[in-house]
Design a protein around this ligand. Structure first.
Ligand SMILES: Nc1nc2c(ncn2[C@@H]2O[C@H](COP(=O)(O)OP(=O)(O)OP(=O)(O)O)[C@@H](O)[C@H]2O)c(=O)[nH]1
Ligand SMILES: [Mg+2]
Length: 179
């Protein structure tokens, strides 16, 4: 059986830890710590090393799910967690003014993994004060002559997050995604 590892990344509070918890078949391993710096204004806990969960998909294949810390000061974990990655799910908070810049920033920082595998983007918090529409994100990528799937999701919704995983698997290995 092959080893499949999907990495969830994106900025602080976008919903990486929430997304992994929403779909994991097993109890999720978190490394949450109290926030102390400017992140305290956004949320009380933040991932400092990683999240880990897993799901079983078609053919009894196990997919390992790793979440990165969003804070840039823990970015040394990004490369460590990317090693051996099967693909990337980028979670972006649409209620932030910086959402388009955030997408570009994480695409740039994970470009080695993306070039070797594939990426799918999940735009969260579209139910809140949304600063950009799905069209804005797609237009930004079109301007850069890049094409990959971008979906509106709620990180708390297992259905939405499973759809992201399915889309990524379809891009990578269609045989894997057929349930
Ligand atoms: N209203 C709303 N809330 C959401 C949505 N998606 C996620 N959330 C909430 O946003 C918060 C996200 O927190 P986390 O999952 O800890 O975020 P994270 O990306 O792991 O953040 P760091 O580990 O600090 O980088 C949680 O309180 C979720 O319930 C959404 O689509 N709408
Ligand atoms: Mg987290």
């Amino acid at each position: 059986m092959s080893f499949h590892k999907i990495i969830f990344t994106g900025p602080v509070g976008a919903g990486k830890s929430t997304a992994i918890k929403a779909i994991s078949d097993t109890a999720v391993i978190h490394t949450e710590q109290q926030t102390t710096d400017e992140t305290k204004e956004i949320k009380s806990q933040t991932t400092v090393a990683m999240d880990y969960g897993s799901i079983i998909i078609a053919n009894n294949e196990k997919i390992h799910l790793y979440g990165t810390p969003g804070q840039k000061r823990f970015s040394f974990m990004w490369d460590i967690l990317s090693k051996g990655g099967t693909g990337l799910i980028l979670i972006i908070d649409a209620s932030e003014e910086s959402a388009i810049d955030d997408m570009n920033y994480y695409l740039e920082n994970f470009k080695s993994l993306i070039n070797e595998t594939a990426v799918v983007v999940g735009i969260t918090k579209t139910d809140l004060d949304q600063k950009f529409s799905l069209d804005d994100f797609n237009q930004e990528m079109a301007n850069q002559a890049r094409v990959f799937p971008i979906f509106e999701v709620d990180a708390r919704s297992p259905t939405d997050i499973k759809a992201l995983v399915e889309a990524l698997l379809l891009l990578l290995a269609p045989a894997l995604a057929v349930a």
